[in-house]
Design a protein around this ligand. Structure first.
Ligand code: 13P
Length: 344
């Protein structure tokens, strides 16, 4: 791949009609996903599953980049082609998760602090050499009776900003991911308030750490009602509240916004993205796209069930979700398209 400037990489990540496939589950997280289809969590099964995803024909039509995990970036396709090369051949940018996970935050029961700054410059340099062009770091913010605390927000915003600066210096575009979790019974207004607080803290920290916003992307959660809240905000309300917060907090210079799905069903994640683009795209300074993990992979994982005989069906399921989300980037998705695909 030709050497590209960080601005052009960041722009390519949010090219019209395209988004990112998050396939960077750690070995522990992928174990839970594989257990769901009764497949053992062996290195070969993890490799075969990622091979299925990355070799899906035409994936590059809807997917601009794939986020890999440390083990995955070192693995190869069945024919011996390194995954990084396979992706690049399909016009897909390889990315890498560089945080080392969210750990308990001292003195703040129930809250987490993402670790991974140790040796980060060295690891980024290695990943850049291996072909990675962008990176991801996920911070998690919990909503609860006494949470979030300002301690948690400040610590995570600082770490995200240090990470982003180190990435840019090493030649990687940082995806800045502050996820406000949907766990809990809070009403949607509380999520909006916490998201606004978090994003303000994150952009202040990015400024203090000299991060160049044009060379970065934001990966936020949407403004949703708590999972256990009896009163669930509908699609239009989620779109309205999410866009309002983003407009208040995210500088226009940011290259693009790629949402996480965070446990939403695959179709709902697509509907939310579509509603935002259908209604508001014309008034926004950045493209709104996706960087989904579960919402892109779930149907493919279920179809695969660990059997080579199901690879083509699983790839078709992945491609379908990628196409639906690609359409949602332009506000051109509809439930009718899901029914048509089912009937086909
Ligand atoms: P989900 O879309 O499943 O939330 O995963 C995206 C991701 O990369 C979380 O860090």
């Amino acid at each position: 791949m030709a050497i590209q400037s960080l601005e052009s990489v960041a722009k390519a990540m949010v090219a019209p009609g395209k988004g990112i496939l998050a396939a960077d589950e750690s070995t522990g997280t992928i174990e839970r996903r594989l257990a769901g289809i009764k497949v053992a969590n062996t290195e070969e099964n993890r490799r075969a599953y990622r091979d299925l995803l990355f070799s899906a024909k035409d994936l590059g039509q809807y997917i601009s980049g794939v986020i890999l995990y440390d083990e995955t970036i070192r693995q190869k396709s069945a024919d011996g082609t390194p995954f990084v090369e396979l992706l690049a051949k399909n016009g897909i940018l390889p990315g890498i998760k560089v945080d080392t996970g969210a750990k308990d935050l001292a003195f703040c029961p129930g809250e987490k602090m993402t670790e991974g700054l140790d040796n980060l410059a060295k690891r980024c340099a290695e990943y850049r050499k291996m072909g990675a062009r962008f990176a991801k770091w996920r911070a998690v913010i919990t909503i609860g009776a006494d949470a979030p605390t300002s301690t948690c927000i400040a610590a995570n915003a600082h770490a995200l900003a240090r990470y982003a600066a180190i990435c840019q210096e090493a030649g990687l575009v940082p995806i800045v991911e502050p996820e406000v979790l949907m766990d809990g019974n809070h009403i949607v207004h509380r999520c909006e308030e916490v998201t606004e607080w978090t994003l303000n803290a994150v952009y202040e920290a990015l400024y203090l750490n000299r991060v160049v916003l044009e060379r970065s992307a934001l990966k936020p959660s949407m403004v949703l009602s708590g999972k256990d809240c009896p009163e669930q905000a509908d699609v239009e309300e989620v779109a309205e509240r999410t866009v309002r917060v983003l407009k208040r907090c995210v500088p226009a210079a940011v290259a693009g916004i790629v949402f996480l799905s965070g446990g939403q069903s695959d179709e709902l994640a697509t509907e939310h993205l579509n509603a935002m683009n259908r209604k508001y795209a014309g008034e926004l300074p950045w493209p709104l796209s996706f960087s989904y993990g579960r919402a892109l992979q779930q149907p493919a994982l279920k179809a695969w069930k660990g059997s080579p005989a199901n690879v083509a069906t699983a790839q078709a399921a992945l491609l379908h979700r990628a196409r639906m989300n690609g359409l949602a980037c332009a506000g051109r998705y509809s439930g009718e398209l899901e029914r048509q695909a089912l009937a086909a």
